[in-house]
Design a protein. Structure first.
Length: 66
């Protein structure tokens, strides 16, 4: 998969409040955006988004260090 597409999908999900808004912005299906984020998480070996809540939020690993 395209690494840029994975990163772009993650950034839009994190900034836009969810997979559906990111999918609309990218012109993709929600499941495609989820697969891109899953691929990025797999590549990094880290969970970047908490998916157990209504709007995904970043985990400690996805937040910038102070």
């Amino acid at each position: 998969m395209d690494r840029f597409a994975e990163l772009e999908a993650f950034c839009l999900v994190a900034a836009g409040g969810g997979f559906s808004p990111a999918a609309r912005q990218l012109g993709l299906a929600t499941s495609s955006v989820a697969r891109l984020v899953d691929a990025l998480e797999g590549r990094l070996g880290a969970v970047l988004l908490n998916r157990s809540i209504r709007s995904p939020s970043g985990t400690m690993k996805s937040r910038p260090r102070a």
